[in-house]
Design a protein. Structure first.
Lengths: 429, 519
């Protein structure tokens, strides 16, 4: 049995700073856990074919897709490729409207290719523009040339010409375009500022130039786009789903970074993973909280009670859960989450029919065009609800116990019921 | 005593006293291997800016991987569009890097490329060199509350935040997403790059007192246990109250003497009398529910904690207003408690008169009449017509029907004062081309348009000598109500609509009086 102990930490045995990463993508190899299989699959996919590849990384927000892209871009991971990471968040929008104008989409991709290829030792340039002065820094000159090159009504043609130069400059390596948050493009298309032709343009380039491959990341929206709109681009994509970490990797994420500084009791380590349902972002956050509390309270051994206390503090004032709550998208779905949380401590398994009965008892109207089953499906897709494996019938539970705790502490049942009733009534009229 | 280190609400940010542990926590978040973007959250007057300014002082000369730090005070000269935000963001960055890394700073405004690219160039270069800049954005509430700044700005900041070479620290009264005024802004992914648990700045805690008392102890003044306890009892650890109290102590107590409980009581009484503004500010910053609970707490002396919403309990504790003792909630600050007691009867009266819709309806007329009694008439006819409208509040169609008469009379009064010749003057016509051909003073909607232009726009100078933009805004509203009043259908005219109109009409009278009597 491991017994917890407290000791006053002197300056000599200071715990140092927390190694965990909260909010930002994982940028240090030693903090990257549990995605070896994904990296291997991507490597295999990129190497098995001479022709162009499109890989789709699909997963909900904060499952670590950007971290995977950053890992792939690290030196030595894909030696036969020049990886270029491009997020569609960074471009210049149009007058207060979300999304990027078409020209900006291609200009942004060209900028990222130019800068990151340069970092990888490959200098690229635009045809028809005076070459850079080798005595001056490259990137500012490239950026100026970029502005001149894209001062045109035909940004796609300019981009294609530039891409041809890039492919040549990269040889014998190939260009790997990693387009993060690709589904953001749809916002611009919906707002009418991005041409709906852009996905087709990108498909054309990947088809035409076998020395280019692409990894596209996106969330639930990407899946919907794949199914509904952009089959032309995604039809030949290889899909990889990103979700929680395997338990072994989750355990390592807890203990490895603090080896020699903190000692986790096995039960505490497993409880931490369980509370977070092995989701890497939540685990990094909770581990960080445990670490900071250890510094504050001069604790070196982490027991279940230390983890539980840190979890309570974390859910008390946490923006992430508020965001997840918003993702549910409607008051009725939020009421379902609340009910699942509330009924979990009751005697009966939380089945569909139980939920249906409760929604009816609460007087929440459901328009004829909507189904409670679709709500549950939606919440499962967002990984907010999960099937309860502890029961013999099909029953549901909150997928992440920490979210359940957050709901318990922060949601006013009566207020939510009132909102859900109002929302339902408004839909009926 | 000159150089008193205990400052309250001055024009400069005072030095940080106490808060050492909170500051260390902040530094730990910013200096770990993969530093966080940090949101510092706390109520008004609890010392966020003091901590953030101290952070700036520590990091500015260079600290570990941080080359320098930029402190951007967004409480003044608030950017009001995407363009101005980015321009000022870039200028702040450039200003900070000017001394630390001039060749990189010169990218901004020096490459002839879009500003976004120039900022990204700066950050890309710093990343390559494994260097970092800290950008503190204090008063972030003010930009988040500005609807002129769209999600594009936040998405751009998010793209900057992805560079390892910059870390953001924001200071705000509420959590960032809560502050977004538009739904669109709230959906930006920027808010997700911040550590999801904001750093909370609340009352002083036990470990803060040594630091807070350091300037007096440095003068050899002994603060005995009972005196310290009394400071906590009076102030609840609320920074602005504790500082005000220590300001008096610093001024009044001789070096190498002892600060006693009796002296603390005297100083606290002085603050209750002379600095009621501070306590009123703290009171006003609380939600209505918390104010009511605090008032209730004074009447009943203590409340079972189970009777108080957990979130409110946490908030009151954080603010030093109330504390949980066993299973009860008690007042934490005698100064605030006394103030709350004075407010409790007023609150009770307000609840009795306006606590629900029926009561509000019954008392709306008296409320508006009371307000009218504060106003001095600029024109008797106008004043009497408004008075008549108020009498008709319980008969909304009749009440609303008077709006056009009030608007027309107000225009008559205004033109008489501004255009005594009975036509649009030549000096106005020079600027108002639309009104130059026919210089007769228009009526109705065109009169409104004329007043809108004459009271000044972004493109036109103010032409009116007396009438203000405020008067135009009120009159424009009343004119709209008047137009609507001619075409009322069914139940469109409610008593609350009539009340809003009457209140605006009273304010129009007041505004005209102010316009005409100001030099």
């Amino acid at each position: 049995m491991v017994v917890s102990f407290r000791s006053t930490i002197t300056a000599a045995d200071d715990l140092g700073t927390s190694p965990y990463i909260v909010g930002n993508p994982v940028d240090r190899q030693e903090m990257f856990f549990g995605r070896d299989d994904v990296i291997d699959r991507i490597k295999r996919q990129l190497s098995t074919s001479q022709k162009a590849n499109v890989i789709l990384l699909e997963g909900n927000r904060r499952t670590g897709k950007t971290s995977i892209l950053q890992r792939l871009a690290s030196p030595g991971v894909l030696p036969e490729w020049v990886p270029v990471n491009c997020s569609f968040q960074g471009g210049e929008g149009a007058d207060g409207t979300a999304g990027l104008p078409t020209r900006e989409v291609f200009r942004l991709m060209a900028r990222e290719i130019g800068w990151q290829a340069c970092d990888a030792g490959v200098v690229t340039w635009f045809p028809d523009i005076d070459p850079p002065d080798p005595k001056k820094k490259f990137k500012p000159q490239f950026t100026k040339a970029l502005a001149a090159a894209f001062n045109t009504e035909r940004p796609f043609e300019v981009f294609e010409l530039y891409l041809q130069e890039v492919i040549e400059a990269c040889r014998p390596r190939r260009l790997l375009l990693m387009l993060d948050e690709f589904d953001k493009l749809q916002e611009g298309i919906d707002a009418g500022i991005t041409s709906p032709q852009v996905p087709e343009n990108i498909r054309y380039l990947i088809h035409k130039y076998p020395d280019i491959s692409a990894i596209l990341t996106g969330s639930r929206r990407l899946k919907r786009l794949r199914e509904e709109y952009w089959s032309a681009l995604f039809g030949f994509g290889h899909r990889i789903g990103i979700s929680a970490l395997p338990l072994d990797a989750a355990r390592l994420l807890v203990t490895q970074p603090v080896k020699g500084r903190l000692v986790y009791v096995d039960e505490a380590r497993d409880r931490l993973a369980e509370l977070c349902a092995c989701h890497p972002f939540l685990m990094q956050s909770l581990c960080n909280r445990v670490f900071e509390n250890s510094v504050r309270d001069h604790i070196r051994t982490i027991t279940v009670s230390v983890v539980e206390a840190a979890a309570q503090e974390m859910v008390q004032d946490n923006e992430h859960f508020r965001t997840l709550w918003g993702y549910a998208g409607s008051e009725r779905r939020r009421m379902l989450l609340e009910l699942v949380e509330k009924l979990a401590s009751g005697p009966d398994p939380v089945t569909f029919s139980l939920l249906e009965t409760k929604i009816e008892e609460l007087g929440i109207p459901i328009p004829a065009s909507e189904r409670l089953g679709d709500d549950i499906e939606y919440l499962r897709e967002l990984e907010l609800l999960d099937l309860d494996s502890q029961t013999t019938v099909t029953a549901y539970r909150i997928a992440v116990p920490l979210l359940g705790e957050w709901i318990h502490r922060n949601v006013d049942f009566d207020d939510l019921r009132q909102r859900a009733v109002k929302e339902g009534e408004a839909k009926l009229t | 005593m000159s150089g008193n280190p205990y400052q309250t609400l001055g024009t400069t940010i005072p030095p940080m006293l106490g808060r050492q542990r909170l500051f260390e926590q902040l530094m730990r978040q910013l200096t770990k291997a993969s530093p966080d973007h940090v949101s510092v959250v706390g109520p008004c007057h609890y010392g966020k800016s003091v901590i953030l300014q101290h952070l700036a002082n520590v990091v500015s000369p260079g600290h570990g991987e941080y080359l320098t730090c930029a402190y951007w005070d967004l409480r003044h000269n608030i950017p009001d569009s995407d363009e101005t935000f980015l321009r000022e963001f870039a200028a702040v960055l450039k200003g900070a890097l000017k001394t630390a890394k001039v060749e990189v700073a010169d990218y901004i405004g020096g490459t002839g490329t879009p500003l976004r690219d120039e900022v990204a160039l700066v950050l890309s270069d710093l990343s390559s060199e494994k260097k970092r800049i800290l950008l503190i954005m204090d008063g972030f509430d003010h930009v988040l509350g500005n609807t002129g700044i769209s999600r594009n700005t936040w998405d751009t900041l998010r793209s900057f935040a992805q560079f390892t070479s910059i870390r953001f620290v924001t200071g705000s009264r509420k959590k960032l997403r809560e502050l977004c005024k538009t739904e669109d802004s709230a959906t930006s992914d920027l808010w997700e790059v911040f550590n999801p648990n904001p750093l909370r700045v609340g009352r002083f805690e036990d470990h803060d007192w040594d630091g807070l008392l350091q300037p007096v102890t440095a003068r050899g003044i002994q603060v005995d246990g009972s005196a310290q306890k009394e400071i906590i009892n009076w102030t609840g650890g609320i920074p602005v109250l504790a500082t005000a109290l220590m300001h008096l102590a610093y001024e009044s107590v001789q070096n190498d003497s002892t600060l006693s409980k009796t002296q603390i009581d005297e100083f606290a009484t002085t603050i209750a009398d002379d600095r009621a503004d501070l306590i009123a500010d703290l009171w006003d910053d609380c939600s209505r529910e918390i104010r009511e609970e605090l008032a209730d707490l004074q009447v009943r002396r203590e409340l079972p904690s189970s009777e108080v919403n957990e979130e409110h309990r946490r908030e009151m504790d954080l603010r030093g207003l109330a504390k949980v003792v066993g299973t009860s909630l008690r007042t934490a600050s005698t100064l605030v408690g006394t103030f709350a007691r004075q407010q409790s009867s007023g609150l009770e009266s307000l609840r009795r008169l306006f606590g629900d819709s029926d009561r509000f309806f019954r008392n709306a007329r008296t409320m508006v009449e009371l307000r009218l009694s504060h106003v001095r008439p600029a024109d008797t006819i106008l004043f009497n017509t408004v008075s008549e409208a108020i009498r008709q509040i319980s008969n909304p169609p009749v009440c609303i029907g008077l709006a056009r008469i009030i608007a027309n009379r107000a225009f008559e009064v205004i033109w008489k004062k501004e255009l005594p010749d009975g036509e649009i003057s030549l000096s106005w016509a020079a600027d108002l081309k639309d009104f130059a051909k026919d210089r007769r003073i228009p009526a109705g909607g065109r009169a409104c348009r004329l007043l809108q232009l004459a009271t000044g726009t972004d493109d036109l100078p103010r032409l009116t000598k007396h009438v203000s933009k405020r008067t135009y805004a009120l009159l424009n509203f009343i004119q709209s109500v008047g137009d609507h009043g001619q075409h009322l259908k069914g139940d469109e005219a409610t008593w609350s609509y009539a009340t809003a109109f009457c209140l605006a009409a009273v304010e129009l009278c007041d505004s005209l009086f102010r316009d005409f009597t100001q030099a």
